[in-house]
Ligand binder design. Structure first.
Ligand code: MG
Length: 323
């Protein structure tokens, strides 16, 4: 892959221009519409952000230098006039990385946020956080976190940590990427703070989750947060009609509409930002639908070699194997 830059410092293939109204509305010269899907790929000189369009990835440069992380774009800091695109590479040839390379802190996660999953989890015997009848369906968001050190990219192997767990499970989730920070964000303003959306797999060691009576240790182990394949900007996704799917070795295990969230995205942003500042680059995994391994009787845990593929269109499919 080469990022082709001409004598004037601008990409030969793709000069860009802003719309004038939004610094994040980067456009390829000669192409219709703004760039709205952002990936990161491993280039010859290291990680570089690439805009995805029609099956091709366009490496991004700013003022002649590769843009190595998505943060300047999330924050709206890049001058569209300074942005150029190098030679595109085919999506199938690219080594995709997690679309965000560094995080301001842990990934926020929401537990039991789909009604059917809340029921399957609470009745599975693995939920040591609350088993009374009134705990079946949460009345307020259940929030925990995954350390950012658990994040891996598309195609990376999930470490099964066999010395620590024998009950490895998957959770496909829509994840929110905060673009504009804030505290005490009002419900009506919440979506204005969203840069875009990606897919997360909230990989979980069920035995550790149960044993420790809280969720960080069972969900925070290295490689337990696959993320990607892209961050798609908020205006490109119709949350009312977005569908979360998860397949294990090709078998459909999870399928639900994002509209079925018990606590929707604006509610999560309002509640998380109450008295606590959200910052650009924060990620919120919104919870998983029914159909996880412990939802089956007997449970169907992951084993080495299994392939987990989480899909939300138009973000794409996040695929990882158990190592
Ligand atoms: Mg989860």
């Amino acid at each position: 892959m080469s990022a082709d830059v001409g004598d004037d410092g601008r990409g030969r293939n793709g000069q860009c221009r802003g719309t004038g109204s939004d610094a994040r509305q980067f456009r390829l010269a000669g192409a219709e519409g703004p760039m709205t899907a952002w990936c990161r790929i491993l280039g010859e000189a290291g990680p570089v952000v690439a805009a995805r369009r029609n099956g091709e990835l366009w490496p991004v440069r700013s003022a002649g230098q590769p843009v190595t992380d998505l943060h300047p774009i999330v924050r709206g800091e890049l001058d569209p006039a300074s942005l150029t695109f190098g030679e595109p590479v085919a999506l199938i040839d690219a080594h995709l990385l997690a679309p965000i390379g560094s995080f301001p802190r842990n990934i926020f996660c929401i537990g039991k946020n789909y009604r059917e999953h809340a029921l399957e989890f609470t009745t599975s015997g693995f939920d040591s956080s609350g088993t009374a009848a009134q705990d079946l369906i949460p009345t307020a968001p259940i929030v925990f976190s995954k350390p950012f050190t658990s994040v891996i990219g598309p195609g990376d192997l999930i470490d099964p940590h066999p010395h620590l767990t024998s009950m490895l499970d998957y959770e496909a989730e829509l994840a929110v990427v905060i673009g504009r920070g804030g505290r005490d964000i009002a419900l009506a303003d919440a979506l204005d703070h969203v840069f875009g959306y990606t897919i997360g797999n909230d990989v979980t060691a069920r035995d550790r989750q149960r044993h420790h009576r809280q969720w960080l240790l069972g969900k925070g182990m290295d490689t337990f947060c696959p993320m990607g394949p892209a961050v798609v900007t908020a205006e490109e996704i119709d949350l009312a009609n977005a569908v979360v799917e998860c397949r294990v070795n090709g078998e459909l295990r999870q399928k639900a509409s994002v509209a079925d969230l018990i606590f929707d995205v604006p509610t999560l942003i309002r509640d998380l930002s109450a008295g606590m500042t959200l910052v650009p680059g924060d990620v919120i995994a919104t919870g998983t639908p029914a159909g996880v391994g412990i939802g089956f009787d007997p449970p169907r845990f992951l084993k080495p070699g299994d392939e987990v593929a989480a899909t939300i269109e138009p973000i794409g499919t996040l695929t990882n194997r158990i190592g």
